[in-house]
Design a protein around this ligand. Structure first.
Ligand code: BG6
Length: 489
């Protein structure tokens, strides 16, 4: 089925932090792609705001550069880029001063039912102050929507403070907390796979599933973000949000519908059922040292950071447990890291072994079935099954992957997560955005792990860049009598 492009209603989108990295690398290119696809109406407006004193033309030049750098050449169309850039305008304003805000309010005009979105692509310390200004200058009324990015806090207490500040001005129904993993095509496919097929759901429980593995591995290092990253670490940067969201979609009960709260209620229950972790036993922290990655030599984290004393983890592996009827006793192994051997994000559902083999020893070993949902790159769903080796020579069995590669099956460009998410905000659909209680429940589980680590005298285990992390992460899984899934492709 060809992709269906349904034009959204006219909107005004105000991007705070418009000259920053997120805006330039992700938001402007994503909006262009939707414009080029015909999803954004002619009279939509995109207004950039930041502290820098730029003119409309300066901002348009910045927008054009962003497209040249971050939109693949095949998707760049000179005429469409020109008409898209003409939608951009700019107003300087500082969250700490009143100047500029009346201009923004005047440019937007009185709320008249037109869709209005404020996207805070800024440091989280500015979320509260910006909301306050939006309230003060009368811009938060009339169904205005607010989009915020992670990190939402560094702990449960700080997340609550951020949410509280936002909540002073915007009702929860108007707040869109982005976790860009939820906008990834294959992540949504997890819901399609589970709830649009009769095949998997009856087996989706501890009676049939032996363990679940969620890996988000990157080959990149901290890429000039060491300053931020060193205050966060892999647990806050990736697990608290992206990996726990993947876990929720994998483990949640079928929601009654795809309505935002129906889905978010189910995800929340998973987070609430996570068993508090004994970090010393069930977590491994790592930190990359020099090695080779993505084809060349790379420096270690401490050298990049310029601080030999840092104990920030760039890798984490955890064994989590969900205490409910469906999942009791099934280990969920979670791992993520920078400068690993390959860039791969996937969810591996490992089924139990068959109860009894009717084959003789010559048939070979019978591997339990596995369902592998590859989020990126090469989005695919693979089902590993045992089949007979073709030809004579007796019954010999072989493990074969039934491979559904999305690029081959659909032959379409996979839209970037931000394209989907931005259009969902304009459409007013909160299903793929995190509710306040979800974010806080995730922190409630993460906080004690951070506290236990902070109290421990042990430093993160160092691992060579370009490997799969510290060997302790392998041992963590092996102690449970399992192994990490490895794909030979
Ligand atoms: C971000 C993290 O949220 O996700 C980064 O802050 C990480 O550290 C990135 O690199 C990974 O996203 P993606 O889409 O490239 O897998």
């Amino acid at each position: 089925m060809a992709a269906r492009v349904i034009m959204v209603e006219p909107f005004d989108l105000v991007v705070f932090g418009a000259t920053g990295d997120l805006s330039v690398r992700k938001l402007i290119p994503a909006l262009y792609q939707r414009w080029a696809a015909g999803q954004i109406p002619e009279d939509a407006r995109i207004i950039g705001v930041s502290r820098r004193k730029l003119s409309d033309d300066d901002f348009r030049a910045l927008g054009r550069d962003a497209l040249l750098k971050h939109v693949p050449e095949a998707d760049r169309d000179e005429a469409k880029m020109g008409s898209f850039i003409a939608r951009l305008s700019y107003i300087p304003a500082d969250a700490g001063e009143d100047a500029g805000w009346p201009d923004l309010a005047a440019s937007l005009g009185k709320p008249d039912g037109r869709i209005r979105v404020f996207y805070l692509a800024t440091a989280p310390e500015l979320f509260g102050p910006i909301c306050e200004k939006l309230g003060k200058f009368g811009m938060a009324e009339g169904g205005t929507r607010l989009v915020v990015e992670k990190p939402i806090g560094k702990s449960l207490a700080s997340a609550r403070a951020v949410n509280e500040a936002i909540g002073q001005v915007f009702g929860e129904d108007h707040v869109y907390r982005i976790d860009h993993y939820l906008g990834k095509e294959t992540v949504q496919n997890l819901m399609a796979l589970r709830f649009a097929n009769a095949l998997f759901e009856p087996l989706w429980n501890s009676a049939h599933i032996d363990n679940v593995q969620i890996t988000v591995a990157e080959t990149l290092g901290v890429e000039g973000r060491a300053g931020y990253y060193d205050t966060a670490g892999a647990l806050r940067d990736m697990v608290q949000n992206h990996i726990l969201q993947l876990l929720c979609l994998t483990a949640m009960e079928p929601p009654t519908s795809l309505a935002a709260d129906a889905v978010r209620d189910e995800k929340l229950k998973v987070l609430q059922a996570l068993v508090p972790m004994r970090a010393a036993e069930f977590s491994v922290r790592g930190q990359y040292r020099a090695g080779a990655s993505a084809g060349g030599p790379v420096a270690g984290y401490l050298e990049e950071l310029g601080n030999p004393a840092s104990r920030t983890e760039t890798f984490v592996a955890l064994r989590a447990e969900i205490a409910n009827w469906r999942w009791a006793g099934v280990p969920f192994f979670l791992r993520t890291g920078k400068r690993l051997a390959a860039r791969v994000s996937e969810i591996v559902v490992q089924f139990r072994a068959i109860p009894h083999s009717v084959f003789d020893a010559g048939a070979g070993a019978i591997a339990p079935n596995k369902l592998v949902v590859r989020v990126q790159p090469d989005e695919s769903v693979k089902l590993f099954v045992m089949l007979k080796d073709p030809g004579p020579g007796g019954m010999r069995l072989q493990e074969i992957a039934l491979n559904m590669s999305f690029a081959e099956a659909f032959g379409v460009r996979n839209p970037d997560a931000y394209e989907r998410l931005l259009m969902d905000v304009v459409r007013g659909n909160q299903t793929l955005f995190m509710r306040r209680d979800e974010v806080e429940a995730a922190w409630r589980w993460i906080d004690p792990i951070l506290e236990e680590w902070a109290a421990s005298s042990e430093a993160p285990k160092s691992y060579t860049s370009g490997t799969w992390g510290p060997s302790a992460a392998i041992a963590l899984v092996e102690r449970a009598g399992r192994t990490w899934h490895e794909d030979e492709d």
